[in-house]
Design a protein around this ligand. Sequence first.
Ligand code: SF4
Ligand code: SF4
Length: 358
Amino acid sequence: MTAGRVFDPAGLDACIACGFCLPACPTYRLTGDEASSPRGRIALMRAIDDGTVDVFDAAARHQGSFCLGCRACEPACPAGVPYGRLLEQLRDAQWTGRRRPLLVRPLLAFAKRRRLIRLLGRLRRHARFTPPEPTPADGDTLLLGCFERVLYPGVSRAAADTLPGVRAAPDQGCCGALHAHNGDLARGERLAEQLADRPGRIVSTAGGCSAHLAAVAGRDRVLDYSEALLERGEVPGPVLVGGRPARIGLQESCHLRNALGVHEAPRVVLRRLGDYVEVPGAGDCCGAAGTYAILRPRDGRRVLAAKLAALADLDLDFLVVVNPGCQRQLTTAVRRAGLRTRVVHLAELVAAARDERR
Ligand code: SF4
Ligand code: SF4
């Protein structure tokens, strides 16, 4: 690897090595090791770019994979270092060809298969219920995330049902976040540009997709589901459990919070939906982190452990998520821990509240 070819120089140069980001970093908190902190990784990136360290060096590959990509270091940084972008560039250089993690390859291949995604999404929906056809309109487009469509089709359906005027076009493709975060930056950007060619704004129920689309298409083209809901003023409530308002907590999406700065809007919605309980560390990563929980399940569970203990103490009726990866990670963890708490997407709870009022 030739020196100076991997990272945006301005991004690396911005770091003043102050260390303010260290306490925010989950992998630094786990290890106490400077090398596993944002500042340590930026020092490593500089060494890669000046040719001192090979990009495929074992320690460099470990850090490229051990970092969650949660971007909690960005809001903590006074110098505006674009850490998420630097990590994407590191993986773009490291996770190429046969060096790409084996488990990531079928996921990227699946995300390319637009027809297959549509078909599986339909099969899953029909297995649960028969939804009405989406209402075409000229307004915002609902992003039907490629994995959400297959794993949690009820989320897309609930979002479409609770956002009047939104268009759920079934022919849309992947937004490219999966590619950008897993070593294929060029394809990730191309896919986002294709989606952004559609008129109007894009409404997303997945924080990771929102952040990637906003980085490529511009923040003004992207809305989180919670923002779109509040804009329309359509929040029903409350959800009742045993005749009382439900006790509801929130697990934030890292990218929604740290990259787009959306943290209050979901809470505003939840306060209307029931008895809102602040979960300690709600903004901390749950360890799902895109493909992280698949590639590094043990580390993903280590990151999750403190959150799970807090959830056991809170005894919530619902834990609300705003990203499908968090939904999968927390549904599994909560079930294994034997908690009675149900993990649901925000759109599903809004749809349930609306149905209660009918
Ligand atoms: S992205 Fe997350 S895990 Fe990676 S350096 Fe930043 S805070 Fe740490
Ligand atoms: S807070 Fe920002 S400037 Fe300071 S060490 Fe971390 S990345 Fe560098």
